[in-house]
Design a protein around this ligand. Structure first.
Ligand SMILES: NC(=O)c1ccc[n+]([C@@H]2O[C@H](COP(=O)([O-])OP(=O)(O)OC[C@H]3O[C@@H](n4cnc5c(N)ncnc54)[C@H](OP(=O)(O)O)[C@@H]3O)[C@@H](O)[C@H]2O)c1
Length: 287
């Protein structure tokens, strides 16, 4: 199968390129250097020219705090470029898997969000991704949208890697404990992508690992595993703090757990718990 992956140097795009290539697919990964998706009016034509069977759109403006100051760029990438990628897919009769986020939700409810819940984002990033989903569906109604959350993996920048660095440098780390979500490993997301692509599904699906956690829980689990795996650890303690003590430009949802009933019906395997996948990732990336 011919697969085009955008955002190929990002954490999820890189994982997708490596995994689908290893399975023998004809994969082309592109990033800003090859094609700036927000840079010109002929993005749809450029995407269509790849004549891919599948396009996996992992490209996104993901700087959640900086987006509050760079709203125009965030919307250009997350909404307008997503629309152009969908238009390109329509032109070349390619299937499209577009990736989105839990941050489209405001986090005011106490039960997991469903695929058909309406976006009520708190941030520019979240709103730009929500409008991006709608732009994709308007341009290509048979597109697949995969919403995921709290992504980490071996490639690119993420919370888990930042924690490992800080644990080696500092005696004490403060981590927010009143935002609840589900840490999710890129390798598990790509496996779910593959299952969705093989199933011929369309529409919106949620995928995360199982379980819920605060950022503090995630940091604590990393610390519990890191020394035995040979990661350098200097830190003496991790302090849980409320988000109100960690001022950020962008507001984050207090509760952004994504319900997975829909994708569970389709998967032929059990989704791993976030702790299990975190240990797999830490083991695989150990020094
Ligand atoms: N990270 C998370 O926790 C998280 C959570 C939920 C959902 N998601 C979603 O998952 C997807 C992948 O995220 P990620 O964590 O892999 O992000 P990432 O590591 O920041 O990668 C995003 C990629 O998009 C590229 N990109 C940005 N602007 C572009 C443009 N104008 N033209 C072409 N490429 C451009 C970036 O290139 P440069 O590096 O050159 O800018 C980067 O390679 C996104 O849709 C994101 O919204 C992420």
């Amino acid at each position: 199968m011919k697969i085009l992956v955008t955002g190929a140097r990002g954490q999820l795009g890189r994982e997708a390129v490596l995994a689908f290539t290893a399975q023998g697919h004809d994969v082309t990964g592109i990033d800003q250097a090859e094609l700036n998706l927000a840079g010109s009016s002929d993005v749809a034509d450029a995407i269509a020219a790849y004549k891919a069977d599948w396009i996996i759109n992992c490209a996104a403006y993901t700087q959640v705090d900086r987006a509050e100051e760079e709203a125009e760029l965030a919307f250009a990438v997350n909404r307008d470029a997503a629309r152009a990628v969908a238009q390109g897919a329509r032109q070349s009769h390619s299937r499209l898997l577009h990736v989105s986020t839990d941050f489209i939700f405001g986090g005011k409810q106490a039960t997991p969000y469903r695929e058909d819940d309406k976006g009520d984002a708190l941030s520019v990033y979240g709103q730009s991704k929500w409008e991006g989903e709608q732009a994709v569906m308007a341009a290509l109604p048979q597109a697949l949208i995969l919403r995921t959350a709290w992504v980490y993996g071996a490639h690119g920048n993420n919370f888990a890697k930042t924690m490992l660095r800080l644990m080696a440098e500092r005696d004490e780390i403060k981590v927010v404990d009143d935002q609840i979500g589900t840490p999710t490993w890129t390798a598990d997301i790509v496996r779910a992508m593959q299952a969705l692509m093989e199933s011929n599904a369309d529409g919106t699906y949620h995928f995360t690992n199982e379980g819920v956690a605060s950022w503090y829980d995630l940091a604590d689990e990393i610390l519990s595993a890191a020394p035995a795996l040979g990661y350098p650890v200097k830190v003496q303690r991790i302090l849980p703090i409320p988000g109100s003590q960690w001022p950020c430009a962008a507001q984050r949802p207090a509760y952004s757990v994504l319900g997975k009933e829909k994708i569970r019906q389709l998967l032929t395997y059990n989704i791993p718990h976030w702790r299990q996948s975190l240990h797999s990732m830490l083991k695989g990336s150990a020094p």
